[in-house]
Design a protein around this ligand. Structure first.
Ligand code: GLN
Length: 386
């Protein structure tokens, strides 16, 4: 059988994690913390199971959880969102992205994404029968070229995939970017899917500009969020999608046949956790900024370049001082020679750009970051000596 995604292999995240295990390398590739979660969350999960929340959850999500989410959205973004008609709990952000795309586009439609684009976007668009147009962010600094977007928009364009803080570029969109996006789609039948899973991880006093805060974008956007990121527990696989009632209705038509409903005890546990700690997201920027700065400090004399990281729990490493820009090859050398797993960026491009970057995950214990820096420094020394 040819299948529907003949060009797609196993994701670079899965491949790199598997290789790291095989080689017993430090895994700074796939983005997940290596430290313990808050034990209180563990207790609340056990309590929810003991409390009998072990059968199907409501399709749209446990109402108590959606109410806690709405309270947070009001506090953080100043928007009153209706938990009944505008919030859907999903199987991680990945399901929200997938279901929103299936709901929004079909055969003959076009979707615009920006490269480097998170790897699940285009396959979801293709499975919906639509075409994904990939526009590169511009170097240096992975900037939006809004004139290029204007030129790409046409009568078939139905959806634009937006992502800030950006994985894997580690940049954050500015309010001028949201303005430009809103202006471009004004008067067109185009929706926005905004991947905001790193909403709380914006560094150096910067602000996250959510589409929910933009008066023209909010009424036409699916905004996607993740408890895995906020609660340092990527294995929860609980996320949510915020969208106006018309879009939410369409999203749920797909969600109910895709994942149907999400782990019931986990939803109760997260609702209880948010009741106890409503502002748990608010310390994340300082927490990860300290890790970013620790790693950057430890690599300062290495010869590796460290592009600005404005947000996300990643840091790019620029290896142009040591090798030509073949990131797959360099990531392989880092894995086998430095014994550090990273994520190369070319798998996130439709037309593989020759960029000298690999991505490091900073959501790690300080000891892991120090050990990774020691291995990278030693590897850089060997390269300089060679
Ligand atoms: N979001 C994770 C990352 O960027 C990957 C999750 C996955 O493996 N699908 O590293």
């Amino acid at each position: 059988m040819t299948g529907k995604l003949p060009q797609v292999g196993t994701t670079i995240f899965t491949v790199m994690s598997r290789r790291a295990r095989e080689l017993d390398a430090l895994n700074l590739g796939q983005g997940f913390p290596d430290y313990d979660i808050d034990p209180r969350l563990t207790e609340l999960v056990a309590e929810a199971m003991r409390g009998g929340h072990n059968q199907y959850a409501p399709m749209e999500g446990v109402l108590a959880l959606r109410e806690r989410i709405a309270a947070k959205l009001l506090r953080v973004y100043g928007r009153a969102i209706d938990p009944e008609s505008e919030i859907t709990v999903t199987l991680g952000a990945t399901e929200a992205i997938f279901s929103a795309i299936q709901a929004a586009v079909g055969a003959g439609d076009e979707v615009i994404a920006f490269d480097p684009a998170y790897d699940s976007y285009e396959p979801a668009v293709r499975l919906a029968g639509a075409r994904c147009l990939r526009l590169p962010l511009v170097q240096p600094g992975f900037r939006y070229d809004w004139e290029r977007v204007r030129a790409a928009l046409n009568a078939r364009t139905r959806l634009i995939l937006f992502n800030s803080p950006h994985n894997p570029a580690c940049t954050t969109a500015q309010s001028a970017d949201l303005e430009a996006l809103a202006e471009l789609i004004d008067g067109r039948d185009v929706a926005v899917l905004s991947d905001e899973v790193y909403e709380h991880v914006v560094f150096d006093g910067g602000q996250h500009h959510s589409v929910l805060t933009h008066p023209a974008l909010a009424p036409r956007s699916f905004a996607v969020f993740s408890f895995g990121k906020t609660l340092h527990a990527t294995g929860l696989r609980v996320g949510y999608c915020v969208a106006p009632p018309e879009l939410t209705r369409e999203l749920r038509k797909v969600h109910q046949f895709n994942t149907f409903s999400i782990a019931h005890p986990l939803q109760h546990a997260i609702a209880a956790y948010l009741t106890e700690q409503p502002d748990c997201g608010e310390g994340l920027a300082a927490f990860f900024q300290a890790k970013r700065d620790r790693l950057r400090g430890a690599l300062a004399g290495s010869g590796f370049g460290l592009p600005p990281a404005q947000g996300t729990y990643f840091q790019l490493l620029d290896f142009s001082a040591f090798a030509r820009a073949d990131d797959l090859e360099f990531a392989e050398r880092l894995l086998t020679e430095a014994r550090v797993a990273t994520i190369p960026l070319s798998p996130f491009y439709a037309v593989a750009e020759r960029l000298p970057f690999v991505r490091l995950c900073i959501a790690k214990r300080d000891g892991t970051l120090d050990e990774a820096a020691a291995r990278l420094n030693a590897f850089a020394q060997r390269l300089k000596a060679a």
